[in-house]
Every structure is written in structure tokens, then in C-alpha cells.
Design a protein around this ligand. Structure first.
Ligand code: AMP
Length: 364
């Protein structure tokens, strides 16, 4: 059963919109095709209920008013959100599937957040492929896709008030990309409020981001559970990333040294931290075309280098430039006797068990 996301619903919601909504009512009014996009967007829902069956097209909301109306149509039951910047791949699909297995309703957000890109970064050339993204969302049984433009998320332009990631946001990726995590947390906070999700899903691939989102939820009392999923890799080990599309064939070969270094490091975990670092470095030094920014073995929650006596869980993380492309990767490891690679940190394991009170997904 398909139905158009009709403009009447959007217009009605816009009329009853709060002051925050009015900003994007205005933006839809000025954007001639905004209402059209909404009306041509297809929906899996009917006026009487929303089906989350795999293969049905998700509702699409582009404005706050449309999101509010679509969110209301979802009805009762738990809501999970997967936040993305688009150019979806199997890593995103795995997160969606995890959410699909746990939640009554799944929302995917696709938003290229300008706030988290530095002035010399790749915002303008970041891959955009909305049609293919929507196909994946349909295939994975997503109920609602929120597809805003920057003026919907930031109606007053750059927000004067932002979430500060604090000291953990200034190391590793934060050192290489000043302000990046403030931009990430600000948009994640906004999307959590706007979607009203009960649980949100993030990849271990972006380990520092995951840690900071967890900290934000805890430190700022967000009523949301943060759930992680292991990094999804290509058959040869390369961590999947939308940015892999930038890689030429030879860049891609070079890029393999990152995951190889992580595997080599993890294989030395039984011998202690310096053995892990040595084994990982030995791989990247053989690949001069990979310009390594950092290759570290750090504590999973403080991100400080673990000392030589340390035994337990640690994060082996690497970042580097291959050709024009900056890539990151990491692997959770257990350092010490019997140690090695972990799928996820023990803190993250088993977190996606649905609360006993939650309603089972349709058809489950
Ligand atoms: P992005 O669109 O790159 O911002 O990623 C959106 C979400 O997908 C984030 O939570 C990422 O950590 C997650 N993600 C991206 N790539 C992978 C991957 N290869 N494996 C698992 N999760 C991923």
C-alpha cells in the first residue's frame, strides 16, 4: 500500500507548528520545490497506521513540520534513529538492520552537516546519492527518512550556541579537525530532539564520535540509549566508508595498510601495549604513500595512551591520508594474556536487547 506524503498533511502540521517549526515553514514557502518534493515523496504509511514491512517505501520528511507529521503517523512503540550523511553502504545498512531488529519504528536521517566540516574539508565534494540511499532505506524497511537541508536544521544560520565536546573532542580526530566534534554533537543533539528517538545507533568505525555521543547522552541527561555496531569491512579488510568512493584503484591498495596495521597490532595483543604499537607501525612504515596522522593504542574512554603495564580493553586507532582522502579506522583490542581483537568493547556488548516493555517489530 503506497500513498503520497500529501501536502495537506504537511500544511496542516505547519499550521499547528511551534515557533521552531515556523522557521522551516518559511523555508518551504521560499523553496518552490520543497512542497513538491514532499508531495512526490512516497510513503509506506496509511492514514490509519504505518507499516514497517521491509520493501515498502519509507515516508520522507524534508522540513520540521513534515517530520512532526510523519513522526505522529508512526504511532506507538519504540523508535530507533540511525543518523547518516548519506552515500549509504553496508555499514549504514547494518546499523539500520540492528535498529530494525530492536525497534517498532526506524528513522534514518540523511544530512550533510556543514557544522562538522572544516573550511578546507570535503563538504562540497562529499558524495550525494539520495535516490540510491532511498532504495537502501526501502530495502531495509525504514519507516521514515528525514532529509533536511541546512536551513531546516539551522534556520538562523550558524548556531550561536553549540554543544562542546570538551577535552575528549580535542584529541585524535579533534586535533586534526578542530571544532569537528562540537559540530557533530550539536547536530546529533538536535536530531535526537527532532526525531524523539528512544534509541540511537552508531558505528564503531567512528570510535571517538561514538564515545562522545555516549558521553553527551550521559553528561547532559539525554533520554536516549546509545547503541553501537561493529565496523563493517570489505572482503579485503578495508573499513567501509562513503569516502572510499574518492579512492583511485592504487589509492585503495595503499589504504589497505590501515586495516592490515590494525590486524597486525591486535595479533600482538597478548604481548602488551608496546608490542601492539610496534606490530601496527611495522605495517604502515612499509607503505610510504599512506601519510599517517596518528596510530595509537589508547584507553577506550579516556583516549589516553595506555601505559606499558596496562592490561584490558584498548582502542587501536589509525588515521591517515591516502592521495587526497583522509581515512580513519580502528579496532577494539583486549591487551594481555589471551588477548586479541574484539568485535566491540564489553561496555557496548549486549546493549541492543530491547527493554521488556517495548513492542516487538511488526512481523517479528
Ligand atoms: P556517516 O554517514 O559516515 O556519518 O556514518 C553514519 C553512521 O554510520 C555512523 O554512526 C558511522 O559510525 C556508521 N558507519 C559508517 N561506516 C561504517 C562501517 N564501515 N561500519 C559500521 N558503521 C559505520
Amino acid at each position: 500500500m503506497t500513498e503520497t506524503f500529501d501536502t495537506t498533511v504537511s500544511a496542516t502540521s505547519a499550521t499547528s507548528a511551534t515557533s521552531a517549526d515556523s522557521a522551516d515553514s518559511a523555508s518551504s514557502a521560499t523553496s518552490a520545490d520543497s512542497a513538491d518534493s514532499a508531495s512526490s515523496a512516497t510513503s509506506a504509511s496509511s492514514a490509519t497506521g504505518v507499516s514497517s514491512d521491509v520493501g515498502k517505501r519509507p515516508m520522507i520528511a524534508r522540513t520540521r513540520a513534515e517530520l512532526k507529521a510523519a513522526r505522529a503517523r508512526l504511532g506507538d512503540g519504540s523508535v530507533g534513529v540511525v543518523m547518516t550523511m548519506g552515500a549509504l553502504h553496508e555499514g549504514h545498512a547494518t546499523l539500520i538492520r540492528r535498529a530494525r531488529a530492536n525497534e517498532r519504528h526506524v528513522i534514518v536521517t540523511i544530512f550533510l552537516n556543514p557544522l562538522q566540516f572544516g573550511p578546507r574539508e570535503d563538504l562540497s565534494r562529499y558524495p550525494r546519492m539520495v535516490d540510491a540511499d532511498l532504495e537502501i532505506c526501502t530495502r531495509e524497511g525504514v519507516d521514515l527518512v528525514f532529509l533536511p537541508t541546512p536551513d531546516v536544521i539551522y534556520p538562523d544560520g550558524d548556531p550561536g550556541v553549540r554543544v562542546s565536546a570538551g577535552p575528549l573532542g580535542n584529541v585524535l580526530e579533534g586535533q586534526a579537525r578542530p571544532g569537528h566534534f562540537d559540530g557533530v554533537l550539536t547536530v546529533v543533539g538536535k536530531l535526537l530532539h527532532l526525531t524523539g528517538a528512544d534509541r540511537s545507533y552508531y558505528g564503531q568505525k567512528d570510535a571517538q564520535q561514538l564515545l562522545l555521543i555516549r558521553r553527551m547522552a550521559r553528561d547532559l541527561d539525554f533520554p536516549v540509549k546509545v547503541i553501537s555496531a561493529p565496523t563493517v569491512r570489505e572482503a579485503d579488510g578495508l573499513a567501509m566508508s562513503s569516502r572510499n568512493m574518492y579512492l583511485s584503484e592504487s589509492d585503495r591498495d595503499t589504504a589497505l595498510c590501515l586495516s592490515r596495521a590494525l590486524r597486525a597490532g591486535a595479533a600482538a595483543a597478548a604481548e602488551g601495549p608496546s608490542a601492539v604499537r610496534r606490530a601496527a607501525r611495522a605495517v604502515v612504515v612499509r607503505e610510504p604513500l599512506a601519510l599517517i596522522d596518528y596510530l595509537v593504542l589508547v584507553h577506550p574512554t579516556t583516549l589516553e595512551d595506555v601505559p606499558e603495564w596496562y592490561r584490558g580493553e584498548a582502542l587501536l586507532a589509525v588515521a591517515g591520508r591516502v592521495g587526497p582522502t583522509r581515512l580513519i579506522d580502528n579496532i577494539p583490542v583486549n591487551v594481555g594474556p589471551g588477548g586479541g581483537a574484539l568485535e566491540v568493547f564489553s561496555e557496548d556488548a549486549g546493549q541492543d536487547q530491547p527493554p521488556a516493555s517495548s513492542v516487538s517489530p511488526a512481523g517479528a
